[in-house]
Ligand binder design. Structure first.
Ligand code: GLA
Length: 393
Protein backbone atom coordinates (compact mmCIF):
# COMPACT_ATOMS: atom_id res chain seq x y z
CA UNK A 1 0.00 0.00 0.00
CA UNK A 2 1.05 3.51 -0.72
CA UNK A 3 1.07 4.49 2.97
CA UNK A 4 3.66 1.80 3.75
CA UNK A 5 5.78 2.78 0.77
CA UNK A 6 5.64 6.38 1.90
CA UNK A 7 6.72 5.48 5.41
CA UNK A 8 9.57 3.38 4.05
CA UNK A 9 10.73 6.20 1.81
CA UNK A 10 10.40 9.13 4.20
CA UNK A 11 10.25 7.59 7.68
CA UNK A 12 6.90 9.22 8.51
CA UNK A 13 3.27 9.20 7.46
CA UNK A 14 2.09 12.12 9.54
CA UNK A 15 -0.62 14.19 7.87
CA UNK A 16 -0.52 11.94 4.82
CA UNK A 17 -2.96 12.63 2.01
CA UNK A 18 -3.36 10.68 -1.22
CA UNK A 19 -4.43 12.07 -4.56
CA UNK A 20 -5.42 10.18 -7.68
CA UNK A 21 -5.64 11.18 -11.33
CA UNK A 22 -6.70 8.75 -14.06
CA UNK A 23 -5.25 7.85 -17.44
CA UNK A 24 -7.60 7.78 -20.39
CA UNK A 25 -8.51 5.99 -23.55
CA UNK A 26 -9.86 8.07 -26.39
CA UNK A 27 -12.88 6.56 -28.12
CA UNK A 28 -12.76 8.88 -31.11
CA UNK A 29 -11.46 12.34 -32.07
CA UNK A 30 -7.72 11.86 -32.60
CA UNK A 31 -5.33 14.71 -33.31
CA UNK A 32 -8.25 17.09 -33.17
CA UNK A 33 -7.63 18.65 -29.76
CA UNK A 34 -4.79 20.97 -30.79
CA UNK A 35 -6.90 21.86 -33.82
CA UNK A 36 -9.60 23.09 -31.42
CA UNK A 37 -12.00 20.35 -32.43
CA UNK A 38 -13.84 17.55 -30.62
CA UNK A 39 -12.62 14.52 -28.68
CA UNK A 40 -14.41 11.76 -26.78
CA UNK A 41 -12.16 10.17 -24.16
CA UNK A 42 -13.05 8.08 -21.13
CA UNK A 43 -11.02 8.11 -17.91
CA UNK A 44 -9.64 4.77 -16.74
CA UNK A 45 -9.34 2.94 -13.48
CA UNK A 46 -5.62 2.90 -14.31
CA UNK A 47 -4.37 5.98 -12.51
CA UNK A 48 -1.47 7.78 -10.89
CA UNK A 49 -1.54 8.00 -7.09
CA UNK A 50 0.49 10.55 -5.17
CA UNK A 51 0.90 10.36 -1.42
CA UNK A 52 1.92 13.69 0.10
CA UNK A 53 2.88 15.06 3.50
CA UNK A 54 4.44 18.33 4.66
CA UNK A 55 8.22 18.47 4.36
CA UNK A 56 10.15 19.70 7.40
CA UNK A 57 13.05 21.36 5.62
CA UNK A 58 11.64 23.72 3.02
CA UNK A 59 12.27 21.27 0.21
CA UNK A 60 9.99 19.47 -2.21
CA UNK A 61 10.99 15.84 -2.67
CA UNK A 62 9.43 13.62 -5.29
CA UNK A 63 10.02 9.90 -5.44
CA UNK A 64 8.74 7.51 -8.11
CA UNK A 65 8.07 3.97 -6.98
CA UNK A 66 8.21 2.66 -10.52
CA UNK A 67 11.45 4.43 -11.44
CA UNK A 68 13.03 4.13 -7.98
CA UNK A 69 14.36 7.63 -8.44
CA UNK A 70 14.00 10.89 -6.56
CA UNK A 71 14.41 14.59 -7.18
CA UNK A 72 14.32 17.47 -4.76
CA UNK A 73 14.43 21.22 -4.76
CA UNK A 74 13.72 24.15 -2.47
CA UNK A 75 10.00 24.95 -2.66
CA UNK A 76 10.89 28.64 -2.73
CA UNK A 77 12.94 28.02 -5.89
CA UNK A 78 10.26 26.16 -7.85
CA UNK A 79 9.96 28.98 -10.33
CA UNK A 80 13.62 28.63 -11.34
CA UNK A 81 13.47 24.90 -12.13
CA UNK A 82 14.86 23.69 -15.44
CA UNK A 83 14.19 20.36 -17.19
CA UNK A 84 16.50 17.39 -16.60
CA UNK A 85 14.75 15.27 -19.27
CA UNK A 86 13.32 12.44 -17.25
CA UNK A 87 9.98 11.61 -15.52
CA UNK A 88 10.66 14.16 -12.77
CA UNK A 89 10.17 17.00 -15.24
CA UNK A 90 6.40 16.41 -14.95
CA UNK A 91 6.13 17.17 -11.22
CA UNK A 92 8.81 19.86 -11.50
CA UNK A 93 7.06 21.49 -14.45
CA UNK A 94 3.74 21.41 -12.64
CA UNK A 95 5.33 22.99 -9.54
CA UNK A 96 6.81 25.75 -11.67
CA UNK A 97 3.52 26.41 -13.48
CA UNK A 98 1.54 26.54 -10.25
CA UNK A 99 3.90 29.06 -8.69
CA UNK A 100 4.06 31.14 -11.85
CA UNK A 101 0.25 31.24 -11.88
CA UNK A 102 0.19 32.55 -8.31
CA UNK A 103 -0.42 29.35 -6.32
CA UNK A 104 2.30 29.35 -3.67
CA UNK A 105 3.16 25.74 -2.90
CA UNK A 106 4.32 24.40 0.42
CA UNK A 107 7.37 22.19 0.93
CA UNK A 108 6.11 18.62 0.48
CA UNK A 109 7.23 15.02 0.41
CA UNK A 110 5.66 13.20 -2.53
CA UNK A 111 5.57 9.51 -3.33
CA UNK A 112 4.31 8.60 -6.79
CA UNK A 113 2.81 5.26 -7.75
CA UNK A 114 1.24 4.82 -11.17
CA UNK A 115 -0.74 1.95 -12.66
CA UNK A 116 -0.96 3.60 -16.09
CA UNK A 117 1.54 1.82 -18.34
CA UNK A 118 4.06 4.30 -19.68
CA UNK A 119 4.33 4.75 -23.44
CA UNK A 120 1.03 2.96 -23.99
CA UNK A 121 -0.91 5.96 -25.29
CA UNK A 122 -3.13 5.86 -22.19
CA UNK A 123 -1.85 9.18 -20.96
CA UNK A 124 0.38 8.29 -18.07
CA UNK A 125 1.88 11.78 -18.28
CA UNK A 126 -1.38 13.69 -17.76
CA UNK A 127 -2.22 11.36 -14.85
CA UNK A 128 1.18 12.14 -13.34
CA UNK A 129 0.80 15.89 -13.87
CA UNK A 130 -2.70 16.20 -12.47
CA UNK A 131 -2.10 13.99 -9.42
CA UNK A 132 1.14 15.84 -8.60
CA UNK A 133 -0.59 19.20 -9.03
CA UNK A 134 -3.31 18.20 -6.55
CA UNK A 135 -0.68 16.90 -4.13
CA UNK A 136 1.41 20.07 -4.40
CA UNK A 137 -1.69 22.20 -3.86
CA UNK A 138 -2.47 20.07 -0.78
CA UNK A 139 -6.10 21.09 -0.65
CA UNK A 140 -5.66 24.68 -1.79
CA UNK A 141 -8.57 25.73 -3.99
CA UNK A 142 -8.11 25.85 -7.72
CA UNK A 143 -10.55 26.16 -10.59
CA UNK A 144 -10.54 22.70 -12.26
CA UNK A 145 -10.17 24.14 -15.76
CA UNK A 146 -7.19 26.18 -14.57
CA UNK A 147 -5.76 22.98 -13.11
CA UNK A 148 -6.03 21.18 -16.45
CA UNK A 149 -4.56 24.16 -18.30
CA UNK A 150 -1.60 24.53 -15.95
CA UNK A 151 -0.82 20.82 -16.24
CA UNK A 152 -0.91 21.11 -20.00
CA UNK A 153 1.33 24.18 -19.78
CA UNK A 154 3.83 22.11 -17.77
CA UNK A 155 3.90 19.57 -20.58
CA UNK A 156 4.15 22.02 -23.46
CA UNK A 157 6.33 24.68 -21.80
CA UNK A 158 8.57 22.65 -19.50
CA UNK A 159 8.68 19.05 -20.71
CA UNK A 160 8.50 20.31 -24.29
CA UNK A 161 5.74 18.14 -25.80
CA UNK A 162 3.34 20.27 -27.88
CA UNK A 163 0.20 18.37 -26.77
CA UNK A 164 -3.42 19.46 -26.80
CA UNK A 165 -5.73 19.74 -23.78
CA UNK A 166 -7.58 16.39 -24.05
CA UNK A 167 -5.58 14.28 -21.61
CA UNK A 168 -5.39 16.76 -18.75
CA UNK A 169 -9.01 17.87 -19.27
CA UNK A 170 -10.46 14.36 -19.05
CA UNK A 171 -8.18 13.44 -16.16
CA UNK A 172 -9.70 16.35 -14.22
CA UNK A 173 -13.32 16.37 -15.40
CA UNK A 174 -14.28 12.76 -16.17
CA UNK A 175 -17.40 11.24 -14.62
CA UNK A 176 -18.01 7.60 -13.78
CA UNK A 177 -19.73 5.44 -16.43
CA UNK A 178 -19.45 8.16 -19.05
CA UNK A 179 -17.31 9.35 -21.86
CA UNK A 180 -16.54 13.06 -22.00
CA UNK A 181 -17.26 15.00 -25.16
CA UNK A 182 -14.81 17.90 -25.06
CA UNK A 183 -15.08 20.94 -27.25
CA UNK A 184 -11.43 21.93 -27.34
CA UNK A 185 -12.23 25.47 -28.42
CA UNK A 186 -14.84 26.47 -25.84
CA UNK A 187 -13.26 24.08 -23.29
CA UNK A 188 -16.67 22.78 -22.34
CA UNK A 189 -17.09 19.12 -21.47
CA UNK A 190 -20.31 17.17 -21.79
CA UNK A 191 -20.78 13.70 -20.38
CA UNK A 192 -22.00 11.05 -22.78
CA UNK A 193 -23.54 8.06 -21.04
CA UNK A 194 -22.15 4.81 -22.34
CA UNK A 195 -24.29 1.89 -23.30
CA UNK A 196 -24.49 -1.01 -20.91
CA UNK A 197 -24.26 -3.67 -23.57
CA UNK A 198 -20.73 -2.83 -24.68
CA UNK A 199 -17.24 -3.48 -23.44
CA UNK A 200 -14.30 -1.19 -24.19
CA UNK A 201 -10.94 -2.89 -24.38
CA UNK A 202 -7.55 -1.27 -24.84
CA UNK A 203 -4.95 -3.50 -26.44
CA UNK A 204 -1.34 -2.45 -25.96
CA UNK A 205 0.86 -3.11 -28.99
CA UNK A 206 3.86 -3.03 -26.61
CA UNK A 207 5.77 -0.86 -29.09
CA UNK A 208 6.52 2.84 -29.09
CA UNK A 209 8.34 3.98 -32.19
CA UNK A 210 10.82 6.80 -31.65
CA UNK A 211 9.43 8.68 -34.63
CA UNK A 212 6.33 9.60 -32.61
CA UNK A 213 7.65 12.71 -30.90
CA UNK A 214 9.03 14.47 -33.96
CA UNK A 215 6.01 13.42 -36.04
CA UNK A 216 3.60 14.94 -33.51
CA UNK A 217 5.35 18.29 -33.75
CA UNK A 218 5.48 18.00 -37.52
CA UNK A 219 1.71 17.35 -37.63
CA UNK A 220 1.02 20.49 -35.59
CA UNK A 221 3.13 22.45 -38.09
CA UNK A 222 1.38 20.88 -41.07
CA UNK A 223 -1.98 21.76 -39.55
CA UNK A 224 -0.82 25.35 -39.02
CA UNK A 225 0.20 25.50 -42.69
CA UNK A 226 -3.25 24.19 -43.66
CA UNK A 227 -4.94 26.83 -41.49
CA UNK A 228 -2.96 29.59 -43.27
CA UNK A 229 -4.15 28.35 -46.65
CA UNK A 230 -7.80 28.03 -45.57
CA UNK A 231 -7.64 31.43 -43.91
CA UNK A 232 -6.54 32.98 -47.19
CA UNK A 233 -9.60 31.44 -48.88
CA UNK A 234 -11.95 32.35 -46.03
CA UNK A 235 -10.77 34.89 -43.41
CA UNK A 236 -13.30 33.48 -40.93
CA UNK A 237 -11.13 30.35 -40.59
CA UNK A 238 -8.77 30.52 -37.63
CA UNK A 239 -8.31 26.80 -37.00
CA UNK A 240 -9.12 23.54 -38.80
CA UNK A 241 -12.20 23.42 -36.58
CA UNK A 242 -13.71 26.13 -38.79
CA UNK A 243 -13.18 24.27 -42.06
CA UNK A 244 -16.34 22.76 -43.54
CA UNK A 245 -16.31 19.80 -45.89
CA UNK A 246 -17.35 22.17 -48.70
CA UNK A 247 -14.40 24.50 -48.05
CA UNK A 248 -12.09 21.52 -47.74
CA UNK A 249 -13.12 20.31 -51.18
CA UNK A 250 -12.81 23.77 -52.70
CA UNK A 251 -9.35 24.61 -51.35
CA UNK A 252 -7.68 21.17 -51.20
CA UNK A 253 -6.71 20.90 -54.90
CA UNK A 254 -4.51 23.99 -54.54
CA UNK A 255 -2.73 22.64 -51.43
CA UNK A 256 0.38 20.45 -51.28
CA UNK A 257 -0.94 16.90 -51.24
CA UNK A 258 0.30 16.09 -47.73
CA UNK A 259 -1.22 19.23 -46.24
CA UNK A 260 -4.56 18.50 -47.90
CA UNK A 261 -4.60 15.00 -46.42
CA UNK A 262 -3.76 16.24 -42.92
CA UNK A 263 -6.61 18.74 -43.16
CA UNK A 264 -8.99 16.09 -44.48
CA UNK A 265 -8.27 13.90 -41.48
CA UNK A 266 -8.99 16.65 -38.97
CA UNK A 267 -12.14 17.93 -40.70
CA UNK A 268 -13.65 14.45 -41.19
CA UNK A 269 -12.57 13.31 -37.71
CA UNK A 270 -14.44 16.19 -36.10
CA UNK A 271 -17.49 15.13 -38.03
CA UNK A 272 -17.02 11.51 -36.95
CA UNK A 273 -16.97 12.51 -33.29
CA UNK A 274 -20.38 14.16 -33.64
CA UNK A 275 -21.76 11.18 -35.56
CA UNK A 276 -20.37 8.78 -32.96
CA UNK A 277 -22.01 10.67 -30.11
CA UNK A 278 -25.35 10.65 -31.96
CA UNK A 279 -25.02 6.95 -32.70
CA UNK A 280 -24.21 6.29 -29.06
CA UNK A 281 -27.29 8.23 -27.95
CA UNK A 282 -29.53 6.11 -30.16
CA UNK A 283 -27.73 2.87 -29.23
CA UNK A 284 -26.47 2.21 -32.73
CA UNK A 285 -23.43 0.03 -32.07
CA UNK A 286 -22.86 -0.85 -35.71
CA UNK A 287 -22.44 2.81 -36.67
CA UNK A 288 -20.22 3.52 -33.67
CA UNK A 289 -17.96 0.66 -34.68
CA UNK A 290 -17.84 1.69 -38.31
CA UNK A 291 -16.93 5.28 -37.34
CA UNK A 292 -14.03 3.94 -35.26
CA UNK A 293 -12.75 1.97 -38.22
CA UNK A 294 -13.14 5.01 -40.50
CA UNK A 295 -11.18 7.03 -37.95
CA UNK A 296 -8.39 4.48 -37.98
CA UNK A 297 -8.19 4.42 -41.77
CA UNK A 298 -8.00 8.22 -41.79
CA UNK A 299 -5.23 8.21 -39.17
CA UNK A 300 -3.42 5.50 -41.11
CA UNK A 301 -3.52 7.02 -44.57
CA UNK A 302 -4.32 10.74 -44.29
CA UNK A 303 -2.67 11.66 -41.01
CA UNK A 304 -0.03 8.91 -41.15
CA UNK A 305 0.41 8.38 -37.43
CA UNK A 306 -0.33 4.65 -37.26
CA UNK A 307 2.19 1.82 -37.61
CA UNK A 308 2.30 -1.80 -38.72
CA UNK A 309 1.54 -3.16 -35.25
CA UNK A 310 -1.50 -0.92 -34.69
CA UNK A 311 -2.85 -1.64 -38.17
CA UNK A 312 -2.48 -5.35 -37.53
CA UNK A 313 -4.29 -5.13 -34.19
CA UNK A 314 -7.17 -3.19 -35.76
CA UNK A 315 -7.46 -5.47 -38.80
CA UNK A 316 -7.37 -8.56 -36.61
CA UNK A 317 -9.87 -7.16 -34.10
CA UNK A 318 -12.52 -6.29 -36.66
CA UNK A 319 -12.36 -9.84 -38.00
CA UNK A 320 -13.26 -11.28 -34.57
CA UNK A 321 -16.88 -12.06 -33.88
CA UNK A 322 -18.62 -9.67 -31.50
CA UNK A 323 -16.32 -6.73 -32.28
CA UNK A 324 -18.13 -3.59 -33.45
CA UNK A 325 -15.05 -1.52 -34.20
CA UNK A 326 -11.44 -0.78 -33.38
CA UNK A 327 -8.91 1.99 -33.94
CA UNK A 328 -5.59 3.28 -32.69
CA UNK A 329 -5.94 5.62 -29.73
CA UNK A 330 -3.69 8.46 -28.54
CA UNK A 331 -0.82 10.03 -30.42
CA UNK A 332 0.03 6.92 -32.50
CA UNK A 333 3.25 5.22 -33.64
CA UNK A 334 2.57 2.47 -31.11
CA UNK A 335 0.70 2.35 -27.85
CA UNK A 336 -2.85 1.05 -27.73
CA UNK A 337 -5.84 0.33 -29.88
CA UNK A 338 -9.33 0.85 -28.50
CA UNK A 339 -11.89 -1.83 -29.24
CA UNK A 340 -15.66 -1.80 -28.88
CA UNK A 341 -17.21 -5.20 -28.38
CA UNK A 342 -20.09 -7.24 -27.17
CA UNK A 343 -19.55 -8.20 -23.50
CA UNK A 344 -19.97 -11.87 -24.38
CA UNK A 345 -17.07 -11.68 -26.83
CA UNK A 346 -14.39 -10.58 -24.34
CA UNK A 347 -12.85 -13.97 -23.49
CA UNK A 348 -12.73 -15.12 -27.06
CA UNK A 349 -11.37 -11.74 -28.21
CA UNK A 350 -8.56 -11.84 -25.64
CA UNK A 351 -7.47 -15.28 -26.74
CA UNK A 352 -7.64 -14.62 -30.44
CA UNK A 353 -5.95 -11.21 -30.54
CA UNK A 354 -3.18 -12.44 -28.22
CA UNK A 355 -2.47 -15.54 -30.31
CA UNK A 356 -2.51 -13.64 -33.61
CA UNK A 357 -0.28 -10.84 -32.33
CA UNK A 358 2.18 -13.24 -30.75
CA UNK A 359 2.42 -15.18 -33.95
CA UNK A 360 2.96 -12.09 -36.09
CA UNK A 361 5.23 -9.95 -33.87
CA UNK A 362 6.44 -12.28 -31.11
CA UNK A 363 4.96 -9.92 -28.50
CA UNK A 364 2.21 -10.49 -25.95
CA UNK A 365 -0.20 -7.56 -25.94
CA UNK A 366 -1.46 -6.28 -22.60
CA UNK A 367 -5.25 -6.03 -22.63
CA UNK A 368 -7.16 -3.65 -20.38
CA UNK A 369 -10.89 -3.66 -19.76
CA UNK A 370 -11.80 0.00 -19.63
CA UNK A 371 -14.52 0.86 -17.14
CA UNK A 372 -15.09 4.59 -17.32
CA UNK A 373 -13.79 6.03 -14.05
CA UNK A 374 -14.26 9.44 -12.45
CA UNK A 375 -11.78 12.30 -12.72
CA UNK A 376 -9.05 13.32 -10.30
CA UNK A 377 -9.48 13.90 -6.61
CA UNK A 378 -8.33 13.09 -3.12
CA UNK A 379 -8.76 9.58 -1.76
CA UNK A 380 -10.53 9.13 1.49
CA UNK A 381 -8.10 7.02 3.44
CA UNK A 382 -10.36 5.83 6.18
CA UNK A 383 -12.62 3.87 3.84
CA UNK A 384 -11.80 0.28 3.07
CA UNK A 385 -12.14 0.71 -0.63
CA UNK A 386 -10.92 4.26 -1.10
CA UNK A 387 -12.77 6.20 -3.75
CA UNK A 388 -12.06 9.67 -4.99
CA UNK A 389 -13.83 12.58 -3.36
CA UNK A 390 -14.52 15.98 -4.88
CA UNK A 391 -11.70 18.11 -6.12
CA UNK A 392 -10.22 20.30 -3.43
CA UNK A 393 -12.15 23.53 -3.33
C1 GLA B 1 -1.48 12.84 -27.43
C2 GLA B 1 -1.65 14.25 -26.90
C3 GLA B 1 -3.12 14.68 -26.94
C4 GLA B 1 -3.73 14.41 -28.32
C5 GLA B 1 -3.43 13.00 -28.79
C6 GLA B 1 -3.89 12.76 -30.20
O1 GLA B 1 -2.09 11.92 -26.57
O2 GLA B 1 -1.18 14.34 -25.58
O3 GLA B 1 -3.24 16.03 -26.59
O4 GLA B 1 -3.27 15.37 -29.26
O5 GLA B 1 -2.05 12.71 -28.73
O6 GLA B 1 -5.27 12.85 -30.28
Amino acid sequence: MIRESFRRQYGTDQKLRVFRAPGRVNLIGEHTDYNLGFVLPVALELACYVAAAPSPDGRIRVHSEEKRESREWLAAESVDLTPVHNWSDYPAGVARELVRAGYPIEPQLLLIHSTVPEGSGLSSSAALEVSCALALLAGRQIDPLRLAQLCRAAETGFVGTPCGIMDQFVSVFARENSALLIDCRSLQGQTVGLLENIEILAVNSMVKHALGQSAYKQRTEECAAAVDAFHRADPAVSSLRDVTVALLEKVSPSLPHVIARRARHVVTENERVQLFVNACRRGDLESMGQLMVDSHVSLQHDYEVSCEELDFLVDTAIGIEGVFGARMTGGGFGGCTVNLLHPGAVGHFRREITAEYQERFGLTPQIFECHPAPGAGELNFSEKNPGPVALPG
